[in-house]
Write a protein that binds this ligand. Sequence first.
Ligand code: G3H
Length: 197
Amino acid sequence: PKSFFFTRHGESMFNVQGKIGGDANLSPQGHTFATKLPELLAANLGPETRLTVWTSTLKRTMQTAAYLAWPQLQWKQLDELDSGFCDQLTYEEIEEKFPADFSERDQDKFNYRYHGGESYRDLVQRLEPVIMELERHHEPNHAILIVGHQAVLRAIYAYFLNYSLEELPYVKIPLHAVVKLTPKAYGCMEERYTVDV
Ligand code: G3H
């Protein structure tokens, strides 16, 4: 595969409130990130002259990509890990309402499946077509930018960087930073660009 870029959506109102899941709008800071993204990409595209933007179907990724003047594709497979009954709760609320689940997840975060939702293992399976498409992507001078979610980008990053399944749910994917991965015969070259919002 060729290089590809990825970033999380800009900070959302749910990020501000510490809630997971949902389909919130960007916060003012998240919106600032979205407005600065085109310039950051233009400055760091390198030899790539074309860009295709992949988002999820959730508002926060589409709002983050809204100022990018490149073709965009929405993937349902890129939607955030489905937290089922815990959707729209804070971690404190989850611990209070579902203490057994909270500790079960802590014991085995990769395999824990939210009631009515997904596990990281489910997510990895759901992302297979996305990863296949990234693997098949060989067009010269054409880069892909994924505007995604924390859990989803952990899975993609862990796949290309050969992290173990146990490590995958703990990979740190910061907000307001763009990562460029260039797969090599062995391993991956990584560049990071952060944005002040
Ligand atoms: O629910 C989605 C979060 O971005 C992932 O966070 O798996 O560390 O709880 P977590």
